[in-house]
Design a protein around this ligand. Sequence first.
Ligand code: HEM
Length: 133
Amino acid sequence: MFPIDVESLRLFLHVLAATIWVGGQITLGALVPVLRRAGADIPRVAARQFGRLGWTAFAVLIATGVWNLASYDEKDRHGFAATISLKLVFVALSGIAALLHTHAKSRLWLALGGAAAAAFSLAALFLGVVLGQ
Ligand code: HEM
């Protein structure tokens, strides 16, 4: 059995939060057509409920991300600074786009904000995996 230590817990919490933040957005997006058929207001009610879990996961991502950064032992590896910087830009953009999405007044901005939040989250996820290699 491989050793289970604090590092396992740190990465487990980071990846769990990433599955909720990224996977939750994609799943909710896929459910919108059927939610809309259930009632005009249902997508908004479901999205607000997801928001409670989603923003908690985002906060856990930031907290465990800082912990990851503090524990990262390859900071002097060539390309680390560029990779983590680009990842943090995508993390910030995913949060800002999700916030604009939750406050959007028109269907167009709702769709654009939601698509942008998911796209930036996927980019942060990908760079996370690159950092973990
Ligand atoms: C949308 C937000 C984020 C997503 C989806 C995300 C996703 C991931 C994923 C999937 C990994 C790979 C874990 C592994 O290899 O087992 C990872 C690693 C990492 N993440 Fe994030 N992350 C996010 C936010 C952050 C933030 C805000 C920071 C820093 C403040 C951060 C810093 C790191 C570091 C340093 C690693 C490498 C950990 C290691 O290999 O020891 N992440 N991230």
